[in-house]
Design a protein around this ligand. Structure first.
Ligand code: NAD
Length: 368
């Protein structure tokens, strides 16, 4: 199959849909890979590396889209890309259609086969193509949180790890899923005193088994959240209720009561945030101080580390891309129900129930 990898053009997006190693795997499986020149630059991958992996470099996005049977991307297409699409072309990328009616209508009109990373779902309900970005955000949250606690950032001037003879900072992680556990792992690695809260007792038991000698697990309820936040220097919000806005677990009043110069990193900001004082920020100006607490609430945290994020993304998307390229999307989905859940759009029809529900539209069943 001819697989196309255009350069991402959404503002501030520096990831690319495949690494040179990923391209090599596709070429080794007998596929032709067309990469737009410069596509990997933001992630530190040069054209020469893609060429060395066996890709054919093309100057213009239009050429890549025109030749490829399947397009691999990172972000949803934006205006200049719509004109390149043609009926029956497979587009495998993050789409997030439920949040964007206009995009949904544009892509339906293009009659493409739209396969969304974020709805590929394993039998246990987990989302394998979202997880690596949560892992990146979780690990990064402690790094940026430590920075927020430094005096020049508006923080109280406490070193997360402490030093000999001086206590380290206290860190509370609310939500012990993929992002929360990743945060906890880094925080204990940096010698902070860590507590982690979740409403899921089985998840707390798992974390206790994993790290119980290095952190404290606490059942999440309003009283425990308040007690932990009031004594913490860094609070990390990483809750998720799938498909819903994040619950407001940290009230403004509670923020007011926190240690002055402490910090909140609200990873869940992309779902509205779990602190009442959270408002979305960007990498250009990631923090603000409210109620004497430094807030970090960047909605696309993985964007700060495009190289790691690109490699992490390729690690999980490659097998699905290869399956569709080698077997055709229809057979690949017939053989893998997890991938089948990724199918959102089929030649002008909506085929993903949650997306159809979000707009009150009919959802067509598709016979794979
Ligand atoms: N800002 C960013 O750049 C960025 C990047 C990746 C993910 N995220 C966001 O991070 C959040 C976490 O993602 P994830 O992949 O770790 O989700 P996940 O489903 O793996 O984990 C969420 C956890 O929250 C727990 N939870 C739900 N309600 C709770 C409550 N009231 N108190 C405590 N815990 C509660 C769940 O039991 C679950 O363990 C999501 O909102 C996601 O969108 C943000």
């Amino acid at each position: 199959m001819k697989i196309g990898i255009p350069k991402e053009i959404k503002p501030a997006e520096r990831r690319v849909a495949a690494t040179p190693a990923g391209v090599k795997a596709m070429v080794d499986h007998g596929h032709q890979v067309l990469v737009q020149a410069g596509a990997g630059a933001g992630s530190g991958f040069g054209d020469d590396q893609f060429a060395g992996a066996g890709a054919r470099l093309l100057d213009q996005a239009a050429e890549v889209w025109a030749e490829a049977e399947m397009i691999l991307k990172v972000k949803e297409p934006i205006a200049p890309e719509f004109d390149y699409m043609r009926p029956g072309q497979v587009l495998f990328t993050y789409l997030h259609l439920a949040a964007n009616r206009e995009l949904t209508d544009r892509l339906l009109a293009k009659e493409i086969i739209g396969v969304a990373y974020e709805t590929v779902q394993l039998a246990d309900g987990t989302l394998p193509l979202l997880a690596p970005m949560s892992e990146v955000a979780g690990r990064l949250s402690v790094q940026v949180g430590a920075h927020c606690l430094e005096y020049p950032s508006g923080g109280m001037g406490i070193l997360l790890s402490g030093v000999s003879g001086v206590r380290p900072a206290r860190v509370t992680v609310i939500g012990g899923g993929v992002a929360g556990l990743a945060a906890a792992v880094v925080a204990v690695g940096m010698k902070a005193r860590v507590s982690i809260l979740d409403v899921n007792a089985a998840r707390l038991r798992y974390i206790e088994d994993l790290l119980g000698d290095r952190l404290v697990t606490v059942m999440s309820n309003p009283a425990n959240i308040e007690a932990e936040c009031l004594k913490s220097h860094l609070v990390i919000g990483s809750v998720l209720i799938p498909g819903a806005k994040a619950p407001k677990l940290i009230s403004r009043e509670l923020v007011r009561g926190m240690i002055p110069g402490s910090a909140i990193v609200d990873i869940a900001v992309d779902q509205g945030g779990c602190a009442e004082t959270t408002r979305p920020t960007t990498h250009a100006k990631p923090t603000y101080v409210e109620e004497s607490v430094v807030h970090y609430a960047v909605t696309n945290m993985p964007g700060a580390v495009p190289r790691t994020s690109t490699i992490a993304l390729t690690n999980v998307t490659l097998a699905y891309a290869l399956a569709m390229a080698s077997k055709g999307w229809r057979r690949a989905m017939a053989e893998d129900p997890a991938l089948a859940k990724g199918l959102n759009l089929h030649r002008g029809e909506l085929v993903c129930p949650p997306v159809a529900e979000a707009f009150g539209l009919a959802c067509q069943a598709i016979n794979l």
